[in-house]
Design a protein around this ligand. Sequence first.
Ligand code: FER
Length: 277
Amino acid sequence: MRKIICTALWIFSFSLLSQAQKTAPKGFDIEQKLMSTGKIDSIIYPSKTVGVSRKALIYTPPGYDIQKRYPVLYLLHGIGGDEREWLRHGNPQVILDNLYGEGKIEPMVVVMPNGRAMKDDRSGGNVMAPDRVAAFSTFEKDLINDLIPYIEQQFSVVRDREHRAIFGLSMGGGQALNFGLGHIDTFAWVGGFSSAPNTKMPQELLPVPKEAKEKLKLLWISCGDQDGLLHISKRTHEYLLAHEVPHIYYLEPGGHDFNVWKNDLYQIAQLLFKVVK
Ligand code: FER
């Protein structure tokens, strides 16, 4: 009997695993005829950190109702982008609308900020200039002290760690891991897509693995198998593995581009804010 149960469990976990490893189905990022869709708005919030008002985009889910309270995903862009990068290249509203249409995700608000926290935060030009790269780490303060309080005052959202997620691509992946693991008291759902060299070295990223082990709901590390930055995700994964910190390491076909990041959004959106234990 015990053997049968073990075998069944093994088959069950294997099928879950192969399910998780599939990439998004054809059409996942193409607008379908749906009964109801979410809405993208532009917001402006005062930033004490930068000393100016800053822009962000916000996606509210289909049927957003101020009588309810929603969890929030902070979704960050890469080094060449700004608050519109996901919208410009990633169709996040289409990916999410389609998933809602199929009943596959929990309703959530998605905030897409500008992660280059400096007065002139436009993209373009020499995005590798040291002051502009440094502005991606200044964003930690802007996010924690200015943007999150603004969102939580202006929108109908739940104000606790279990209802906040932080994910991003490349530079934004590094930010999501650095800030998310640096503020486990603020975020329970953390992940980096194709994280860039701004990702802290593992020992500095997570010096005390115990807290992450106990408190994180999801820690996600993904990267395209052809991406030149793969070593960064790999070293993070290896450290987490060595310290027995539960996480998902999702290696997918592809390079450093939106084909990979759209698939990542499709995958993580289905995991977020669900009861997993
Ligand atoms: C680097 C290589 C890539 C780097 C940043 C990136 C700051 C970011 C890439 C992206 O966001 O797409 O050496 O240093």
